[in-house]
Structures are given as structure tokens and as C-alpha cells.
Design a protein around this ligand. Structure first.
Ligand code: PPE
Length: 307
């Protein structure tokens, strides 16, 4: 899906025209992949566009940066305001938001710390990440031959740019094999997550999702869905999941900011349940879709209005 161009991108404190938001080819992070980012969505609500859990995403951005010893030259409040400003100035009711923190032009070599730390925030309309049919009917998954990062190779809690080589290789492998998306296992053999989404399994009425220690990112959508599930009275918890649990699941679904809540139709050609999105998945999809649009009073605090 080609990027839909918008008007302005926030770069290091200033709003610049979309076409002028360029960087030097010797930008450090471009070579060594040491940068951190976020993926956020804004949705239309009755009182104008609201960014979903913006403050929580900015907290995670700072935690990612802390793990990599990246000193962000702005405060969290400044980046929250800058994000709102960028959504507002582009006149968008609904969009995807990509804050990026990277080591800029300064020195080459493996020590990034002498380089300046640059920050950008871009926003653009981005539709259903795994397709509209994926949301409605579910997606076909393949267990990847690539493992998720071992925690002492790459810290799973950080949303680091270079870490996504792992996800991209798994994604390419799955697509070339004719599937929609990949599931990665941890080096210990437990189910970890997907290339850009967390994963949930429903077996015997219990909803389980892999913990950070299985190599999964601490997803904000994962947290939202766990909160909604608990409020609905569902039994939901973190726990280790085996590959065979996926094959015998009653329901399975994935969650992410870009993807939202997407049913899993099959895993390695084993049909999940009867092949239709299950009732718990449907209910969670429905409440999540209402919450992000400010249509559920229980979750109003998650809607951070732009104006
Ligand atoms: N795991 C990974 C590896 C991941 O990248 C994401 C978000 C998640 C889990 C879910 O996290 P959260 O968005 O907080 O619920 N993936 C982002 C990037 C996707 C992309 O293509 O880029 C996203 O959904 O914005």
C-alpha cells in the first residue's frame, strides 16, 4: 500500500513540508539500525480527532530510548504536544502516527553516542493493515522458521528500528509461502508474537497471551484488549503458549495499533475453531472499535483529544 502523502512533518521542533522531510545518507541510524519508534493511531470521535493512548505510546518511546542509551532532546510532554499539533495541522480526523528517534549525521562507526539525536513525527491515513477481509474473516498464519530475538541479543521491550529486520524476514517468508502473516517462536520454543502484532489464544474459555519474557513487545493494544476482556468478565492472562496450542485453539486473534484486532483463521493450515471468527474475538473487536472512537465511557481516558 503506497504511503498517502500529507502536508507537514514535524522534524526536531519544526513543521516542514512533506517533500522537504529528508535526511543525509550518512545518518548513523540508517547504517546501524539504532533508533526507536512508535506506531500510534488517531480516530474520529464526537469531539474531534483523538489519539488513542498517546501518552502511553510516548512513555514506551522513552523506555525504548533508555534501553539503547538514546538521550531524547525533548520531554515526553513536548512530544505529546508535537504529536497533537502534527495531526491537527494536517487536518486529519483519522490517521496513523509514526514518531521516530534516530542518531543523525555526525560520526560513523559503532559508537552512536557522539551523533546528534533527531526526532520526527509523520502522520498519514493508513487503512486496514492486514486488509479489510482480514478484519472481517480472519487471516492465515504460518509459524516462521525465524525465531524471535533472544533477550540478550536484542531486548524485546524496546521498539528499536533495527530489530525489525527479524520481523521483515518472517513477513517475507510467510507472504512468499502464500500466507498473510507469520508467528514467531522464542528461542525457548514458546509462541512469542507476530511480525507487528501480539497474539492471543482462546482454549476452553480462557484467553492467554505470551508475556514479554517470551520475546513479545509489551503491546498497548494487547493491554487495552486485556483490560476490555477483564471488564467483559472473560478469563484473561499472560502465559506461555505452545505451537500445538495454536493448532487446537477454539479461537485466536492478533492485536496491534496498525492491525487493530484481527481474527486468525488458520495456523500452518490447521483451521482455528470452525474457521469463522469466534464469539470472544468478535466481542473484543467490537468493544475495541468503540473504545478507540470514544464511544465507550469506560475507556474515555484513552482518547487524547487533539484540540
Ligand atoms: N509486536 C510487534 C513486533 C509490533 O511491532 C507491534 C506494533 C506490536 C507487537 C503491537 O504493539 P501495539 O501497537 O502497542 O499494540 N507494530 C507497529 C508497527 C507496524 C508497522 O508495520 O510498522 C504498529 O502496529 O503500529
Amino acid at each position: 500500500m503506497p504511503i498517502t502523502k500529507t502536508e507537514k512533518i514535524w522534524m526536531d521542533g519544526a513543521l516542514v513540508d512533506w517533500d522537504d522531510a529528508t535526511i543525509h545518507v550518512l545518518t548513523h541510524s540508517l547504517h546501524y539500525g539504532c533508533g526507536v519508534f512508535e506506531g500510534i493511531r488517531a480516530y474520529p470521535t464526537a469531539s474531534g480527532p483523538a489519539v488513542f493512548r498517546l501518552s502511553d505510546h510516548i512513555v514506551r518511546l522513552f523506555n525504548s530510548a533508555k534501553i539503547f542509551l538514546i538521550d531524547i532532546p525533548f520531554t515526553a510532554d513536548e512530544l505529546v504536544e508535537a504529536t497533537k499539533q502534527t495531526v491537527a495541522v494536517n487536518g486529519l480526523q483519522e490517521c496513523y502516527i509514526r514518531p521516530l528517534v534516530y542518531f543523525g549525521y555526525g560520526e560513523m562507526g559503532l559508537n552512536p553516542l557522539p551523533c546528534p539525536v533527531n526526532v520526527s513525527i509523520a502522520v498519514w491515513p493508513w487503512g486496514a493493515y492486514l486488509g479489510e477481509e482480514g478484519i472481517q474473516r480472519g487471516v492465515r498464519m504460518k509459524i516462521s522458521s525465524w525465531q524471535r530475538h533472544a533477550p540478550n541479543a536484542m531486548p524485546p521491550a524496546a521498539k528499536g528500528t533495527g530489530m525489525y529486520i527479524n520481523s521483515s524476514m518472517a513477513k517475507i517468508e510467510a507472504l512468499k509461502a502464500g500466507y498473510d502473516e507469520a508467528i514467531l517462536l522464542s528461542p525457548q520454543g514458546y509462541v512469542s508474537e507476530c511480525t507487528g502484532e501480539n497474539l492471543f489464544v482462546v482454549r476452553g474459555g480462557r484467553i492467554v497471551t505470551p508475556p514479554l519474557s517470551a520475546g513479545a513487545l509489551e503491546g498497548i493494544t494487547q493491554h487495552s484488549v486485556m483490560t476490555i476482556a477483564a471488564d467483559l468478565g472473560f478469563d484473561v492472562s499472560f502465559g506461555n503458549i505452545l505451537r500445538s496450542d495454536l493448532y487446537t485453539a477454539d479461537e485466536a486473534f492478533l492485536t496491534g495499533t496498525a492491525a487493530e484486532v484481527v481474527p486468525i483463521r488458520s495456523v500452518d493450515d490447521r483451521t482455528v475453531g470452525d474457521g469463522e471468527p469466534g464469539p470472544m474475538t468478535r466481542k473484543l473487536q467490537e468493544v475495541y472499535a468503540a473504545a478507540v472512537r470514544g464511544r465507550d465511557d469506560r475507556y474515555k481516558d484513552w482518547n487524547e483529544h487533539v484540540r
